[in-house]
Design a protein around this ligand. Structure first.
Ligand code: AR6
Length: 184
């Protein structure tokens, strides 16, 4: 595990559903009704109560679906963490449709919701880099810079964990972020 920003940001590999944190972030889709990838894993591990809460959020707050870049929160059902923050990343269309900004918004709004809820530790997957096809290195730089900016300005969450599903994805993050740090 590597640490940045005086331990407030850590990166590791693993399954996000078994992280020892207060909240995990779900790379959901606008329907909030579940899907594949990390979304499927979270709904399987958390059980049906998460879907029930998502249905409630849809009917009361987002009848047309959760727009990309926004975030909402539910409890975590059967998982050991307390909350799931559901956000929707952008689908990659070659970088021509504000995908970078929307990805930054997904991280920013998830962190803001975590702060407002009093969450001390939160784990993120690499939003949009699976089924949604966002280039991994570009996503790594955006995630790192957006998290860094939030942590500089806010005391909560106290710690953010970036969780990659494979060693090669973690290595990709390390390569991308070494470059971006040099320009800070
Ligand atoms: N723990 C940590 N990371 C994971 C896990 C896990 N259990 N499972 C997958 N990943 P994706 P997206 C990684 O496709 O690109 C769903 O159908 C994965 O290797 O889950 O934002 C939703 O419903 C990748 O690096 O999310 C949406 O329709 C990263 O998580 C759509 O996929 C994100 O991959 C969202 O696509």
């Amino acid at each position: 595990m590597e640490q940045f920003l005086s331990d407030r940001l850590t990166v590791s590999t693993g399954d996000i559903t078994s992280m020892d944190v207060d909240a995990i972030v779900n790379a959901a889709n606008s329907s909030l009704y579940g899907g594949g990838g990390v979304d499927g894993a979270i709904h399987r591990a958390g059980g049906p109560s998460i879907l029930e809460e998502c249905r409630d959020i849809r009917s009361h707050r987002y009848p047309d679906g959760l727009p990309p870049g926004k975030a909402v929160i539910t409890k975590a059902g059967d998982m050991s963490c307390d909350y799931v923050i559901h956000t929707v990343g952008p689908i990659w269309h070659g970088g021509k449709t504000d995908e970078r900004e929307v990805l930054a918004d997904a991280y920013r709004n998830s962190l803001k919701l975590a702060s407002e809820t009093g969450i001390k530790t939160v784990a993120f997957p690499a939003i949009s880099t699976g089924i949604y096809g966002f280039p991994k290195k570009l996503a790594a730089v955006i995630a790192f810079e957006t998290i860094q900016e939030h942590l500089r300005r806010n005391s909560l969450p106290r710690q953010v964990k970036l969780v990659f599903f494979s060693e090669s994805d973690l290595e990709c993050f390390n390569q991308a972020v070494d470059k971006s740090r040099m320009s800070v």
